[in-house]
Design a protein around this ligand. Structure first.
Ligand code: ADP
Ligand code: MG
Length: 476
């Protein structure tokens, strides 16, 4: 294992078995937890959230590069959200064929028409990267996507460093254990929510976590709730259904849910079409968007995180629109872009199709979806693009260069899964927070990281989807 855990440990079956037991117990002790699937609406049955036995080597330079660019990504997302013309133009072809994005866009337009009730904006983002391996063995940081809604694992990733430190010590790797970085996104995310709550200016008003029907990953959110309660900020957990049944606006557009005034709506739901089970769910989203509550994210920031916007940003000159006098900053962001290609109707989109059909294994075809498991790879790319021939269907997708990280061997610890060595690929996420009031940026920070690792046999899917597991970088 290159610059990581030596083979004499990796290949010692008895030692690995012992270490895996130590690691699982330590994860439980540290609170790296998830509810067990079958009982996902009760915390009576919990298990450890899946994680790697060992941390994964990550080159220090690219790690620092990812941290350094985060506040610029925050600014970029925030600027896009304030640029209705850009959003309209960027998403025009998508909303013609993609119903979900179209519905979100309609809410965005309605809010623009009515005028935003609240000038305070709260962003909690996670920008995800893979390290593309060059022929010379170098690795370059390439963004996979940016998540502007419901970006998860800031809570649990605050607890995983101590687990890996412990495992490495037990394995006799004291020096390596001291190289595991501290990480506390939970505190940083809560800090930004707290700032927005404070600016809202009512001690009685609560932070509402808008949560899913079944909440397997509840502990990840509880860490942020705990951090808020430590600051004496009340938090409540509500579902769309609660908002449908008990949500209302008063004459000042203050949002009330279940009798609580809501200062901040923190969406941990609402990012997938399946989350909107009825028209009433859409009405509830609109109600929240219209309200005086600070939305994290607001509807335009949600749209700024779409994959279509990501592709448009990679076109020549587009970043310059947002940073006209900051060529170095533009360069810093652009350096993290992978190749992204339009599938809009016209000669440029036709060229993209031809390129994809000629070498489908070089690309990933992505619809406007979040949550893992939606992307299309290999020969299926050809099927989809050939199937869409002669129609506008292809404009629901973007095409992206496939990133090839260097595989690293590790053991993935997951309940009910056999302990075996796997060839693994990792994805580095960086958490960013910002708060703006009107024209004033009150806060803009990078608040931590997340490393997720999956077996290389899976081309898609995150931790919640049961494919990737939590990890820590070991800087090399
Ligand atoms: P989602 O919104 O569903 O998380 P992503 O763009 O993050 O969509 O893609 C999901 C997963 O697919 C990623 O976590 C990564 O494992 C894989 N993936 C996405 N884009 C690429 C790419 N360009 N190269 C290689 N793998 C990719
Ligand atoms: Mg993703």
């Amino acid at each position: 294992m290159a610059q990581g855990i030596p083979d004499e440990i990796m290949m010692d079956g008895a030692l690995i078995k012992d270490l895996a037991e130590v690691a699982k117990d330590e994860a439980l002790l540290q609170g790296v937890l998830m509810r067990i699937q079958e009982s996902s609406n009760s915390s009576e049955l919990v298990t450890y959230a899946p994680f790697t036995l060992f941390p994964t080597p990550v080159p220090k330079a690219v790690f620092l590069q990812a941290l350094a660019v985060q506040t610029h990504y925050n600014t970029l997302v925030d600027k896009i959200s304030q640029d209705p013309d850009f959003l309209q133009e960027a998403l025009a072809s998508t909303i013609e064929v993609d119903d979900f994005t179209a519905r979100l866009f309609r809410i965005h337009q309605q809010i623009l028409k009515e005028g935003k009730a609240q000038s305070i904006v709260l962003g909690l983002n996670r920008s995800d990267y893979m390290l593309d391996q060059g022929e010379d063995g170098s690795s370059s940081l390439k963004q996979i996507e940016i998540n502007t809604i419901a970006a998860s694992f800031g809570g649990l990733s605050s607890r995983t460093p101590d687990v890996h430190r412990h495992v490495l010590k037990v394995a006799g790797k004291l020096e390596e254990s001291q190289r595991i970085l501290d990480n506390n996104p939970a505190s940083g995310l809560a800090g930004a929510v707290a700032k927005a709550w404070e600016l809202y200016g009512s001690e009685r008003a609560a932070v509402m976590f808008l949560v899913e029907e079944t909440q397997r990953n509840i502990f990840d959110q509880r860490y942020i709730e705990s951090e808020l309660w430590k600051r004496n900020i009340p938090t409540i957990r509500k579902r769309f259904d609660d908002v449908i049944k008990t949500g209302s606006l008063d004459q000042d557009k203050k949002l009330f849910v279940d009798g609580h005034e809501v200062a901040v709506v923190y969406f941990r739901n609402g990012y997938m079409p399946q989350n909107y089970i009825s028209e009433q769910t859409w009405d509830a989203r609109l109600l929240m968007e219209r309200s005086l509550a600070v939305k994290c994210p607001d509807i335009s920031t949600h749209l700024a995180g779409t994959k279509k916007v990501q592709q448009v940003l990679a076109r020549p000159g587009v970043l310059e629109r947002f940073f006209p006098d900051q060529p170095q900053l533009v360069e810093q962001i652009r350096a993290t872009f992978a190749g992204l290609y339009t599938l809009d109707m016209g000669p440029e989109g036709d060229k993209t199709v031809a390129m994809a059909l000629a070498a489908p294994d070089r690309f990933v075809l992505k619809p406007q979806r979040e949550g893992g498991g939606n992307n299309i790879y290999g020969s299926e790319i050809c099927q989809v693009l050939q199937g869409a021939k002669g129609t506008t269907e292809r404009t629901a997708y973007i095409l992206m260069d496939k990133i090839h990280p260097a595989p690293v061997q590790n053991y993935l610890l997951r309940r009910d899964a056999p302990l075996k060595i796997s060839n693994c690929l990792s994805e580095l996420g960086v958490f960013g927070t910002y708060v703006r009031r009107g024209k004033d940026t009150v806060m803009n920070e990078c608040v931590g990281h997340l490393l997720r690792t999956k077996s290389s046999e899976h081309s898609d899917g995150g931790v919640a989807a049961g494919v990737a597991v939590l990890d820590n970088p070991l800087l090399v």
